[in-house]
Write a protein that binds this ligand. Sequence first.
Ligand code: ZN
Ligand code: ZN
Length: 255
Amino acid sequence: MKIVIVGSGTGVPLSDRGSPCLLLMASGEYTLFDLGPGSLRQLLRIGIAHQRIDRVFFTHFHPDHTADLVHLLFATRNPRVLEARKPFLLSGARGLSEFLKKLQKAYGKWLRLPDRLVEVDELEIAKPDRRDFKGFSVFSQPLRHTSNSLAYRVEQDSGASIVYSGDTGYSEELIEFAKYADLLILECSFPEQYKVDSHLTPALAGRIAAKAKAKKLLLVHLYPEVLGSDIPGQCRLSYDGELLIGRDLLQLEVG
Ligand SMILES: [Zn+2]
Ligand SMILES: [Zn+2]
């Protein structure tokens, strides 16, 4: 399977970093994790039109992870798109349906699509959950960034695994969930001097990756503050595996 970092940034507009979005290409299907503002346009830069997206998993409902859901629904209403569109899945923590309804209330008919086209699937928020697809499974783990935040683990039937934290502070549950991942994608928001409980620093990301014994660590959700700091130096205090600092459109083969 292949993963593409569609956006390695945050909600802060940067010319060289889009908002959170990952693309998983597996079994000939396109699965997205998060859909931050500008993601659909970013996807076009690697030749993926929004009509080809099979499903989207949301880690949580903050605007930097969901704003292009509005764009996706609206763009799908184009009559020529609508005619040819195959059904797609929107998945996230319990509360996703309500979130969608509120967006539709705000925008009216401009976000409404035929029922046959969109399936909304809510995952547990009090315990881990799982969904199976052709050739791979997606596991979810509730985290405490918000009351409905999830981390995801993709496991190919062959055994290869990718874990994506979404937004999170330091978390023992995340360490367990990420055990022995071939690729661990962690948020890395702020340097030590701006540390907050609900996000990771490079040092904390390194500690999580080391404790999880992840084979490879990839850092995303990079705020300008952390980009101006010594990310590898801090991360290396505890993690000595392969380390990558995310950049937009970086592609990695896993498994
Ligand atoms: Zn967030
Ligand atoms: Zn975020």
